[in-house]
Design a protein around this ligand. Sequence first.
Ligand code: XMP
Length: 319
Amino acid sequence: DWNMPDYVEEAIGRIRSEVGSDEVILGLSGGVDSSVVAALLHRAIGTQLTCVFVDNGLLRLNEAEQVMKTFADNLGVKVIHVDASGEFMKHLTGVIDPEQKRKIIGREFVEVFQRESAKLPNAKWLAQGTIYPDVIESAGAKNNKAHAIKSHHNVGGLPETLHLKLLEPLRELFKDEVRELGIALGLPHDMVYRHPFPGPGLGVRILGEVKFEYAELLRRADAIFIEELRASGWYEKTSQAFAVFLPVKSVGVMGDGRTYDYVVALRAVQTQDFMTAHWAELPYTLLGKVSNRIINEVRGINRVVYDISGKPPATIEWE
Ligand code: XMP
């Protein structure tokens, strides 16, 4: 139980005395934790911090632009924006197995990050957005079956390969404290209260083989769903919500013609810990509006379904 402005000052002091005049690198993903680390380190050490933002081609609509706007333009943080989407797509060609896709995306990320950090030879520290639950989780990971089902930790081993010292300023904080800190540091509310997004991104929300065309359709469908959730007040009432691309074609009608297009599934869940989850009982009128908009606005999708599976036995993601 601490006072936030005091905590910010104390954290800044700690970071300054630990880092001194060294340079620090941070992988900025746009998620809550890395965003708060970026804002905090920027406040503490200014231009000694360089963020690397890797666009893997599997991000949500306008995500890269938003991150660059918030951090580089508004806050004046040094951010290197790497568009590696072509490279990620190339390595994912022909790959359908979910765990294989996770491995490839994780490996590519490390490779791109390594390449970028080699351009900053003076960096001594790698900052990470590790929070207290991550610390506990990795300590208990060996005995935790539920976490072994999917390989979630895609960037493990990065500090070792880079020969950098690890800086983890959020190590003692719970998620709600990280959010409070983000607000105290002036980050936008919508960024701080964002739903979690998996590291492999749309890579595990496009079932089977990942293709650029599929990612484009999914990005637009997903953005419509999220926009309508926010507009109706349901975004805050759900823990995670997103669209999933099904590489299956079904028949529809449009005007005088017949269509033969792809299917999108909507998923929205409520959960405390993401280990178990209930599907959200979204109002039919909201689902209807989202479905109409997606089918009318995203050419190439002619059918929308809603996922009513709980976890367990289903998982939150479809892969
Ligand atoms: P599941 O699908 O296992 O998801 O019920 C539980 C939570 O974990 C997230 N998730 C991931 N996060 N890398 C991540 O960083 C991954 O590979 C990954 N797979 C699932 C999922 O979004 C949900 O919040």
